[in-house]
Design a protein around this ligand. Sequence first.
Ligand code: DON
Length: 557
Amino acid sequence: MREILALGALLVAVPWGFHARAAEPVRARHAMVVTREAHATDAGVAVLRAGGNAVDAAVAVGFALAVTLPAAGNIGGGGFMLLRVTDGRTTFIDFRERAPKKASRDMYLGPDGNPTQDSEAGYRAAGVPGTVRGLELAHRKYGKKPWAGLLAPAVSLARDGFDVSYGLARSLRASRLLARFPESRRIFQRDGAYYEAGERFRQPELAGTLDRIARSGAADFYEGETARKLAAGMVANGGLITLEDLKQYSAVEREPLRGRYRGYEILTAPPPSSGGTGILQMMGVLEKSGYEKHGAGSAASIHFVAETMRRFFAARNTYLADPDYVRVPVAGLLDKRYVAKLRESIDPERATRSSEVSALDPAGYESSETTHYSIVDAQGNAASVTYTINGGYGCGVTAPGLGFLLNNEMDDFTAKPGSPNAAGLVQGEANAIQPGKRPLSSMTPTIVLRDGRLFLVAGSPGSGRIISTVLEVLLNVIDFGMNVRDAVDRPRFHHQWKPDTLFMEPGFSPDTLALLRGRGHNVETVSGIGEAAAILAEGGWLQGAADSRSEGKASGY
Ligand code: DON
């Protein structure tokens, strides 16, 4: 039942007993940028103020983060951009990395038949990067400001440097990976001495690379001087990426996935992301379950959502993969009857053991480190972008002479069916390595519409936890009436089928944990499930929230 709270003379309806903490989001009338790093947010806002649109700002932010957030921001990785323009057009730009031509199914198995660390660190872990092609494609089709100007903030942040934040200093100090590779050690650690917060950090090689991309576009990265140096570094160090792989890399536009939840329209990520399929399947299970009546953060609601997650992840790991290589049964996985079967299989009082859950066959129903940023411009165009080099600082390798880190996205493939990858995901045959294939992703840039108008833009890093993070942010807003600040900051939980563990952030009450254990969950407390970046459009205002788990910044005008 809805409770009515008397607040002075105001009557405020609070859905399902949730009492908002009312932490304040950043508010702006016209436009908003939310990213994980302040210089990047400022670069995006400057583009918007100068009349650029959301895509222009997304390009400027993408390149700025490649300088100021080296753990995740990148030109050596890949990602997804979900766009909605005010005339109603929507598109999904897929610039996910691809396996090099020389890659093969069992390339990461050692002599004992078990996965080695090669998919996680070093030259052999890198997939063919897609970011520069993706940002160029987005700009060519949907941007309006000149390309070179959008790279200018990144070039000067790299050339003139910027002051290292507390978080960046801590992150560089903590990375054992960077220390293993001489070029990375030289650039990010000044030969073993760590950068301290407040010190100036300059990246001249990266400035040179960005400057060439500003002048020659993606052609430099994929066919020009950058391509030649990158390919030469690969040959010299046992990597797989060739000049041919770079030349042949293309970013592609795909139809976003669409679904409805309680009257809201959800636009989200199609394969090769598993995220959008997950969001829509789990919302389908939840919509008619009545789970929300138990209230946000209650053991009963967490239990039901966690069981929903467990079932989705079983299907994810079996059926989802690159649709250009494998038939992915999305329609079956989202079919009403399939979803109803999943819902019926959930006991509201008891956890099902993961060993008893296997992916329900959809046939027959057919008819650590990443970053997300969200942008809305003054015309109401929205860009929701998640991009990544996978692990923090990717594979640890800085491309010789080029100043940028390479991804370890090859670890998102199944190195061996049934063996967990670095993110702990147990995956199957559909996601096996094949030359040119894109590894299955969990990145879930999402946009929600209400009555055909922009309502919410959201996304997060966190590997498999991304999907749970985005789901919970959406549920917090739609089902529990939270403002976007609260929706992003609330403690989160995550279940991914295997391991059979309910991961919970600190902040839930001990009684709630006890109730969940009583229902049969193996509860484990972990810090940092996702880092959401979200914008809510309501009542003529944009509300922005960078996750308080991070040093992010929301800003607008
Ligand atoms: O595409 C994916 O799902 C992963 N490569 C994302 C990695 C990630 O989010 C790690 N960040 N915390």
